[in-house]
Design a binder for this molecule. Structure first.
Ligand SMILES: *[C@@H]1O[C@H](CO)[C@@H](O)[C@H](O)[C@H]1NC(C)=O
Length: 546
């Protein structure tokens, strides 16, 4: 799979998948001889998505594969020559031909970690022109992956740990690549299955799906059922006429439930029979094409009981419209009734799949109401992230030639935190993350059990905290052209997401009105910002070399 991931990144995210201004800046740097100046950029987002208290950081592995493959082809260079002005020095194109990421070092929060707004998640250190060229592609690789993974994790929190979640957003997704990215990262975020076959093929995600309404409505009479017979599961006996068997059962069922045979749709029965004959071990029809209670449910029960008589195991039903909770309760009641009256214990374990424009809100309502839904399918609201369509990760310069850089802004929220940093996660005595602390990289790390003074972002006052445990949040994952840490599999990342969310204090993981998580600056970093703001330390060199 990692070979196919790498091939896929090379094809989908060549170094040309970037904004033109990265090349125009790179040329201007090169032209003035600054292209090899050491520079440091940081990547972060300013607000947790969906009004939540946390996010998940995803797409890091793809960034690493992108960095490892970063080379311009002759065709790329020819195209760039055609779009940059004719005055561009031809030697610049030779520079591009020889460019790679061997001078770049990346420190990043590991894939699928719970993260918070304003914490620098990646530090990209290397020659100025190269690290500038990487900006757009890195942002493109992490922004949507992290957003949709976080969205999936929220759906998982809303659904509770036991309900199975099926992603079926491909047809509504933002194009083919958006659809594929959504399937992959919603699986990592907590979904169990996808309807997307290519995602199953590429990433090993379990795929699921049976039939649409079109299959049901394409049939109008029992004469269209062909073949009409099915072999019993034990394979010993002769084929059985499934139509006659089902008709008999349907009659008994109507009597038992007091249902009107005249309301039962023959075409629907024909569709169910044909499907059951094709897939006797995977019978899970959609039962709301005409009427769940007057037709679909009865047709399902009759065909399912016929399958059971032949030794096969039907799986369940899908509801795709109306009040899913109420219908599921009714369906379950009939299943239990049948299990008893017809002595078919298999009916006790049939599953009910619900799919109907499910949003986070409706998932939460569903979890509160009485219902019998075992599997929920989610499409549009999951993959398009309707509540917030972009994460807004940014990539900001924090140091050049060893001296800190800071962007001021009239909007204080948009100012950047200067300097090359180390990021620590402080844990409390229960092991919950307590605060993320940003320090200058040359500062000694905070120590467990020792009280430190820090400045929570967005507040003037300082605070004293005593962590029980201190972890270093970022790791060096790429250096000298190589990936320096083993990449964990998507399955491992998926487990890590759940572990990492479980570890979060409930106050921060509430879906609505969560308590903000503290992100703070060290004393030294706070001082540096004050110096730069006062203009007494325009580039910070004096302070840093202290
Ligand atoms: C799906 O739900 C949203 C609200 O969550 C609503 O605005 C939209 O119209 C619904 N779409 C369909 C096709 O029912």
């Amino acid at each position: 799979r990692s070979v196919s991931s790498e091939r896929s990144i090379r094809a989908r995210v060549p170094p040309m998948l970037t904004d033109l201004y990265q090349f125009t800046m790179a040329y201007a740097y090169w032209n003035s001889g600054r292209h090899n100046e050491p520079a440091v950029f940081e990547l972060f987002f300013r607000e947790n998505p969906f009004g939540g208290g946390f996010s998940l950081f995803s797409g890091v592995h793809d960034c690493l594969l992108f960095l490892r493959n970063f080379r311009f082809t002759e065709e790329d260079v020819e195209y760039l020559r055609s779009v940059l002005p004719p005055t561009t020095n031809p030697a610049f194109f030779q520079f591009l031909r020889e460019l790679d990421c061997s001078g770049v070092t990346l420190r990043a929060v590991p894939e699928a970690t719970v993260v918070f707004a304003r914490v620098p998640l990646m530090e990209v250190d290397g020659p100025l022109a190269v690290v500038q060229l990487l900006e757009t592609s890195l942002l493109c690789l992490v922004n949507y992956a992290s957003l949709v993974c976080s969205n999936a994790a929220r759906f998982r929190l809303a659904a509770g740990p036991d309900r199975k979640l099926l992603e079926l957003g491909l047809r509504r997704a933002q194009g083919p690549d958006g659809g594929l990215t959504a399937s992959r990262y919603t699986h990592i975020g907590g979904f169990d299955m996808t309807s997307n076959v290519q995602a199953g093929f590429l990433f090993g995600i379990p795929v699921a799906g049976t039939m649409a309404h079109s299959y049901v409505t394409s049939f109008s009479s029992l004469e269209e059922v062909w073949p009409q017979t099915l072999l019993p599961a034990d394979g010993e006996k002769d084929p059985i006429d499934l139509i006659s068997l089902t008709k008999g059962l349907l009659g008994r069922l109507c009597e038992l439930l007091g249902a009107e045979p005249a309301k039962i749709h023959e075409g629907e029965l024909a569709a169910f029979l044909s499907y059951a004959i094709a897939y006797p071990g995977n019978f899970l029809p959609v039962i709301d094409s005409y009427s769940v209670s007057c037709s679909g449910l009865l047709n399902f029960c009759a065909v399912a009981m016929a399958l059971i008589e032949l030794g096969h195991q039907p799986r369940g039903v899908r509801l795709d419209s109306g009040d899913l909770c109420r219908q599921s309760v009714e369906v379950r009641r009939v299943f239990k009734h049948c299990a008893k009256q017809f002595s078919v214990p298999v009916f006790e374990s049939l599953i009910i799949v619900g799919t109907n424009n499910i949003s986070e809100q409706s998932m939460m309502e569903l979890s509160k109401k009485e219902n019998e839904i075992n599997v929920v399918g989610v499409g549009t609201h999951l993959v398009t992230c309707t509540r917030q369509p972009s994460l807004g990760c940014v990539y900001k310069l924090v140091e050049v030639r060893g001296s800190p850089r800071m962007k001021f802004s009239e909007d204080p929220e948009k100012s950047t935190v200067p300097g090359k940093k180390a990021v620590y996660r402080l844990l409390d005595s229960e092991g919950h993350p307590l605060m993320d602390l940003l320090c200058l990289s040359e500062e000694p790390p905070p120590l467990a059990g020792q009280t430190l003074r820090c400045y929570p972002l967005g507040q003037e006052a300082h605070l004293a905290v005593t962590p029980t445990q201190v972890t270093c949040l970022r790791q060096e994952v790429f250096a000298k052209g190589q990936i320096t840490q083993p990449l964990c599999s998507d399955a491992e990342c998926r487990e890590k997401v759940q572990r990492s969310i479980q570890n979060l204090d409930p106050r921060h993981k509430r879906l609505q009105d969560p308590e903000p998580y503290s992100v703070a600056l060290s004393d030294k970093l706070h001082k540096l910002i004050a110096e730069i703001r006062r203009g007494t330390s325009a580039n910070g060199k004096f302070l840093l070399n202290n």
